[in-house]
Design a protein around this ligand. Structure first.
Ligand code: MN
Length: 246
C-alpha cells in the first residue's frame, strides 16, 4: 500500500495513525507545510523505513512563513523528499502570489543545488505556472503533481515535461479526472490520501484509504487490482532508486 502524500502531523493523534500504518506495512510520504514542522514530524517516524518525511513550505502559507526559507535551506540536506510545495492560484491565495513565486523559486533553486530531490507539488489553479517554474530549474529533481486538477492541455504539458502524479480516491469520483488519469503514463503514477485534509462522508481520509484509489485505477487502465498494486510498487521502487543513484 502506498500513500505518497499525507499530513501525518496534522491528525489529532499522529502516533496512532503511524502505528496503524506500520502494522499495515504502508509506504507513506509524510509531508509538512512549514520547515518548522519538519524535525518533529520526522521524529514521529524515526526508525520506520517505510515512512519518509518531506520538507515543505505550503503555497497557502507562503506569505506568513516565507521567513522560514532560511530554515528550509538548513534542513534540505537531511531529506531526499520535498513537499508540500508549489503554487495556489485560488482567489484566497492570489493576493500573495508574488510571495508564492519567491518561495517556490527559492525551493527549486535549493533542490537544484543539492543535486535534485523528489518533490510533491500542489498546483491548484496554477498548473501552467508550476510547470513554468519547473522548466526554469530542470535539475530540481523529480516533480510529482499531487491531486492534479488542471486542464487537459496542462496535463499533456506536465506529462511531456516528465512529471509524475499521485492520485487519491477523490479524483476517481470526478469524470474529468478519470479522463485525465487515462492519459497519464502508467509508470509515473502513485496513490495518495492527502489526509486529513481530504474527507469522505464527513470523516478525514487516512493513509490506508489511499488504497481505495486502486480499484478505480485498475478499471480505467483495464487491469486487475493486483496487477495495479504490483505496478505501483514498481513505480515507487524506481522512484526511490532514482534518489539512491544520485
Ligand atoms: Mn496536501
Amino acid at each position: 500500500m502506498i500513500d505518497f502524500h499525507a499530513h501525518l502531523d496534522l491528525y489529532p493523534d499522529p502516533s496512532s495513525v503511524i502505528q496503524r500504518c506500520t502494522e499495515l506495512g504502508i509506504y507513506v510520504l509524510s509531508v509538512t507545510t512549514t520547515p518548522t514542522a519538519w524535525e518533529r514530524t520526522s521524529a514521529l517516524a524515526s526508525g520506520l523505513p517505510r515512512i519518509r518525511t518531506a520538507l515543505g513550505l505550503h503555497p497557502q502559507l507562503a506569505q506568513q512563513r516565507k521567513h522560514e526559507l532560511a530554515l528550509f535551506r538548513e534542513l534540505i540536506g537531511k531529506t531526499q523528499y520535498i513537499g508540500e510545495v508549489g503554487l495556489d492560484g485560488g482567489p484566497d491565495c492570489k493576493p500573495f502570489w508574488n510571495d508564492q513565486l519567491d518561495v517556490f523559486h527559492e525551493v527549486l533553486e535549493h533542490c537544484s543545488r543539492s543535486g535534485g530531490k523528489i518533490l510533491t507539488i500542489h498546483s491548484r489553479r496554477a498548473a501552467s505556472e508550476v510547470l513554468k517554474c519547473l522548466r526554469a530549474y530542470p535539475s530540481a529533481g523529480i516533480p510529482i503533481l499531487h491531486w492534479f486538477t488542471g486542464s487537459h492541455k496542462e496535463l499533456r504539458d506536465a506529462i511531456d515535461f516528465g512529471c509524475w502524479f499521485s492520485i487519491g480516491p477523490a479524483m476517481l469520483s470526478s469524470a474529468k479526472s478519470r479522463e485525465q488519469i487515462a492519459m497519464m503514463p502508467h509508470d509515473r503514477v502513485l496513490t495518495e490520501s492527502d489526509g486529513p485534509f481530504t474527507q469522505h462522508e464527513g470523516h478525514p481520509l487516512y493513509p490506508w484509504d489511499a488504497n481505495r484509489a486502486l480499484d478505480g485505477l485498475a478499471t480505467i487502465w483495464s487491469k486487475s487490482t493486483s496487477e495495479m498494486k504490483i505496478e505501483l510498487h514498481q513505480n515507487l521502487k524506481r522512484l526511490g532508486t532514482s534518489v539512491l543513484e544520485k
